[in-house]
Design a protein around this ligand. Sequence first.
Ligand code: SAH
Length: 226
Amino acid sequence: MAETLNPRAGIGMTSARTRGRMVERLREQGIRDETVLAAMGTVPRHLFVDQALESRAYEDTALPIGFGQTISNPYIVARMAELARHGEAGQGRALNRVLEIGLGCGYQAAVLAKLAREVVSIDRIAQLVGKTRVRLRELRINNVKPKHGDGMHGARDFAPFDAIVVAAAFPEVPHELLDQLADGGRLVMPRGGAAQTLCVIERQPEGLVERLLEEVKFVPLLPGVA
Ligand code: SAH
């Protein structure tokens, strides 16, 4: 059969169904925001990883994306998106501008791009930004702006952001990122070193309010560019 002769065509035919199963699993794992679940159901995760890993793209696992980095598992991508939208109780809100730190392969940016008018996403690895920029163009995802730089400084020229999603762990929340958060906006990031906790900081009228959630495991946020 053509499917066995050409594995890439095969996964193309089955990926929508496989994504549907992934979405059901996310629901069971506690993701409640239907808009996030719908976004997870449409972004072709298999096209963001190397061809050799395509068949594992919808598993509940982190996968290598080169340069010693990993694409986060689907649950954590959905969870961070849900928190960014204030959607954990069921229905979140649409986002205008979102900042992502850690573009990586662009998968999470593509999910966020379904939920926001514009996503600015920074990565410190120049080659990864170049590769991902081409991928996003090929997939016609036009509302993600990939940027090369040190994300610890954020993207002042585009601030303020309705949400800031940090896809790499650091013990402290970088101050410049908090400065770029809009009123009512949320910063979602893994805090810590060896042991990490997902944290949400919201800019409320009375000040910044922090909440610590579940244990997570991310690659570290590193200073400077590569
Ligand atoms: N969201 C990505 C996964 C990112 S993995 C995806 O969907 O594929 C974490 C990424 O953070 C890596 O690509 C790493 O290069 C990047 N990173 C680490 N420290 C950084 C920093 N200071 N500024 C910008 N990016 C950084």
